[in-house]
Design a binder for this molecule. Structure first.
Ligand SMILES: [Zn+2]
Length: 335
């Protein structure tokens, strides 16, 4: 094997070259000295002498000698042991630099991809959390709305329990604008009496009388209003909420509710429609405020003004009116 042919030897040489290149410290100091000597000898030897083949073919050469010869040959070709070809070759150096550059770029791209992935994961977590939180808020809101869903029969309207308020006679709610002449917006703290009036202006409608109240905010003729106006066709307009005062009876504005009635007849008597609506409204109000009919008063009963004219002159009609209210009471408590 040792002497088979030159190829086997060259392969062996190459292997040794590789081993020397990879770890030059395998050759210790003494070895290096010996090698250096051998190099010098080989330089001094005549050039025609086949140095390598002669040594390798010698039957007595052991492995160590063979290796020495191989290294001598190598060193004779390249005296400075283990040279780096790439350092010597600018093209190789450039290629190496390019390769390193590519590697660096690849590493940067991988790092960027990782950062991007982490950012995306973080972003997804935040978004998911946000959505979950939002969903929770919506759910909470829905639950709150469901919990707070207004019961039309709970709470109060115009200071009256909603359940009772819902049973009021049909009326048109058309509040006056807030103004100091007809609707000051002041709270009505209590209701002790219900006052009945007449408009003192025959054949004027409920709407016209409401308009008159409203005009006071500009005309400033008088402080006048009422919570309700009943037209001669029986229609009812609410001008002032029941939890606010109206200007109707000078000394009783803060503890009473007032009703104005329209009329056509010269004697001031009401039409049947007006009368029927008045009875319904009085029955409901006295029920709401828990009043008996003795608390239904004429304007006349407080200050002596001839209002409502007909009922100041016809006491029996007034007594009948209160009796009719009595008969109509109790409807708001019937379920
Ligand atoms: Zn009056």
């Amino acid at each position: 094997m040792r002497t088979q042919d030159g190829r086997a030897v060259r392969r062996r040489q190459n292997l040794d070259v590789i081993s020397v290149k990879r770890n030059p410290y395998l050759v210790d100091y003494e070895e290096q000295k010996r090698l250096r000597r051998a190099v010098n000898e080989s330089i001094q030897r005549p050039s025609g002498e086949p140095n390598r083949r002669k040594r390798t073919s010698s039957g007595g050469a052991n492995g160590r000698n063979r290796r020495s010869v191989d290294l001598i040959d190598i060193n004779s070709e390249r005296p400075h042991a283990v040279p780096d070809r790439r350092r010597q070759n600018p093209a190789a150096k450039k290629a190496m630099q390019k390769r390193r550059k590519r590697q660096r770029r690849r590493r940067r791209m991988i790092a960027a991809a990782w950062i991007l992935c982490l950012f995306m994961i973080g972003w997804l977590i935040v978004v998911k959390k946000g959505e979950a939180s939002k969903q929770n808020d919506i759910t909470q809101e829905v639950l709150t709305v469901q919990e707070e869903e207004p019961d039309i029969f709970s709470g109060s309207v115009q200071g009256i329990p909603a359940k009772v308020f819902a049973k009021h006679p049909m009326w048109a709610e058309d509040f006056l604008p807030l103004n100091e002449y007809s609707r000051p917006g002041e709270t009505l703290p209590e209701v002790r009496d219900i006052f009945v009036h007449y408009t003192a202006n025959p054949e004027t409608s409920a709407a016209q009388n409401r308009s008159y109240f409203e005009q006071q905010k500009d005309m400033h003729e008088a402080s006048v209003s009422a919570h309700f106006i009943i037209g001669y066709d029986g229609e009812i307009i609410q001008c002032v909420p029941l939890d606010e005062i109206a200007y109707a009876v000078q000394t009783r504005n803060y503890d009473s509710v007032s009703i104005e009635c329209c009329y056509k007849a010269k004697d001031g008597s009401f039409t049947q429609e007006t009368y029927d609506s008045l009875i319904s409204l009085l029955a409901w109000l006295t029920d709401v405020y828990d009043l008996d009919t003795s608390h239904i008063l004429r304007h006349y009963d407080c200050g002596g003004k001839k209002c409502p004219l007909y009922y100041t002159e016809h006491e029996d009609a007034w007594m009948q009116l209160k009796k009719d209210v009595e008969d109509a009471q109790g409807s708001v408590f019937l379920l």
